[in-house]
Ligand binder design. Structure first.
Ligand code: SF4
Length: 363
């Protein structure tokens, strides 16, 4: 059954209205669907531990008649999140890779710069659930300046990924200032934006935003669609605005059990992205992250899924299936993937280290 559209306010397409009217409680969620007992328990037990926030736009994509709706499962708390003894708060050891607050350096020449602790909504599988929505991880302007000083003093850094949280939650003015500061650093060659707003709040991608971003080229952008139902007309328009501003748009999805871990869904997602001129770039193995055991897929099954896509769709529609590790990303294919040893899968990382990733058996 298709998701019923929520009652529309005349300001529905105003991204600031959407931000002000985000769902933060079970009562507000009931305007879109009747939560299951498992969802109600999840909201009660978990919404304080990991923030429960959904934009009205994204909620309008949920199927009220289907508790397994792939949109709903990404954002509505569920009691299954409690049962994950193996999950870690920071599986990539990002805190240990931070030379200065919210700058993560894993590779010699590039950094992830978590400029913002906020997102439009909070995904239940978020890698940075330890920090998103948490005030202690917010970056005051003075802290942003300290991080910029570190980049100025570190000439090896040629590629800066602005991420978070979500950098596009910033106002145009704040983002313009930040990009201007980065553009003033001669050794910073490219700036990338990591944002889920084209998916969760596409109205944020205004013409004014795109015009401002285009003044700071070269800008690249990666977004995060996980399911073909997210490929709406509004999302396509947002991506088109970015592309017309000369910003290459790529997609980084996460392989999630019951959401996109079958060949037909992944193919529909990838082909739909290509039709929108968005390049499927990476598909991540879900990390060993607290509260996400019910989302994780055995690596062997992920390998089989992407093998099944080869030859059955355009080559450039197939993303690279990767595992992120504290040593960086590694493709989950030969020769990096060494195979299973007991409860773990062994991979070789770019710097020649062997990493052992705990890997769930099929249930
Ligand atoms: S939008 Fe990205 S950073 Fe924000 S909660 Fe979702 S996965 Fe995490």
């Amino acid at each position: 059954m298709a998701a019923e559209a929520a009652p529309r306010d005349p300001r529905w397409s105003d991204w600031t209205w959407q931000m002000r009217h985000r769902i933060r409680s079970e009562a507000q969620l009931r305007e879109f669907l009747e939560p299951t007992p498992e969802e109600s328990q999840g909201i009660e037990r978990l919404s304080q531990h990991f923030h429960f926030v959904i934009t009205p736009y994204y909620a309008s994509l949920m199927d009220p008649g289907d508790p397994n709706c792939p949109i709903r499962r990404q954002v509505v708390p569920h009691i299954a999140e409690v049962a994950d003894p193996a999950g870690l708060a920071d599986p990539l050891g990002e805190v240990g890779h931070s030379p200065v607050k919210n700058v993560i350096r894993v590779y010699p020449d590039r950094i992830a710069f978590c400029v913002n602790n906020e997102c439009a909504l909070y995904c239940r599988f978020c890698l940075r659930k330890r920090m998103v929505g948490e005030p202690e991880w917010a970056m005051k302007k003075r802290e942003l300046s300290l991080a910029l000083d570190w980049i100025r003093r570190t000439p090896e850094i040629r590629d800066v990924l602005l991420t978070g949280g979500d950098p596009l939650v910033f106002s145009d003015e704040r983002l313009d200032w930040l990009l201007g500061e980065l553009r003033g650093i001669p050794h910073v060659e490219i700036v990338r934006l990591g944002t889920r707003l084209p998916v969760t709040l596409p109205f944020r991608v205004t013409e004014a935003l795109c015009e401002m971003l285009a003044r700071h080229h070269p800008i690249w952008l990666n977004t995060h669609f996980n399911h073909p139902r997210e490929l709406t007309g509004e999302a396509a328009l947002a991506c088109d605005r970015l592309l017309r501003a000369g910003i290459p748009v790529g997609n980084q999805s996460v392989l999630l059990r019951g959401i996109n871990d079958d060949v037909e869904t992944m193919r529909a997602l990838c082909e739909g992205l290509v039709a929108m001129r968005v390049r499927p770039y990476y598909c991540y193995q879900a990390q060993l992250l607290e509260g996400t055991a019910h989302f994780r897929v055995p690596i062997e099954r992920g390998v089989e899924l992407f093998k099944a896509l080869r030859g059955r769709t355009s080559g450039f529609a197939i993303p690279l299936y990767v595992l992120d590790t504290p040593h960086g990303k590694t493709p989950l294919s030969y020769p990096y993937l060494r195979g299973r040893e007991g409860e773990e899968v062994v991979v070789e990382t770019w710097d020649g280290k062997l990493w052992r990733e705990p890997n769930p058996p099929e249930p």
